[in-house]
Design a protein around this ligand. Structure first.
Ligand SMILES: *[C@@H]1O[C@H](CO)[C@@H](O)[C@H](O)[C@H]1NC(C)=O
Length: 124
């Protein structure tokens, strides 16, 4: 009995350790200039990846959009600007095999910083 409890405890610690690695920092933002210009502004393409363990989704993702401007319309269901904060993907979960992509155009690139997400890890 004690042996079973002990191995169960070890298993739980390991499982928790693996899930515990998923944080806001695992949302990776990559962008590049597309080389196109729009109304005289440079166009940029942004991809946001959830690099967490495959069992962990991140929803309700918010980015710091303080100072963000664009002359290219961005679909609000992908990136909704509200004041200094942007909601990503309509607050819907981003799984680890999914990326969220959008384009914008301005005189310089903007650094999108994730500031909030709800993380949910499923058991296998
Ligand atoms: C958002 O970015 C601005 C400008 O870089 C910064 O001053 C502010 O503290 C940031 N807000 C959060 C919540 O990180």
């Amino acid at each position: 009995m004690a042996a079973i409890l002990k191995s169960l405890a070890i298993f739980l610690v390991i499982a928790r350790g693996a899930y515990g690695e998923c944080t806001l920092r695992n949302l990776q933002v990559r962008q590049y200039g597309t080389g196109k210009s729009l109304k005289g502004y440079h166009e940029y393409s942004v991809s946001i990846f959830n690099k967490c363990n495959e069992l962990c989704v991140q929803s309700n993702v918010k980015l710091n959009c303080s100072g963000f401007q664009t002359v290219e319309k961005v679909e609000p269901s992908i990136l909704r600007v509200s004041g200094d904060v942007c909601d990503l993907n309509n607050a819907l979960p981003i799984t680890s095999d999914a990326t969220v992509n959008f384009r914008y155009a301005w005189s310089n690139s903007f650094h999108f910083n994730p500031i909030f997400s709800d993380i949910h890890c499923y058991k296998s």
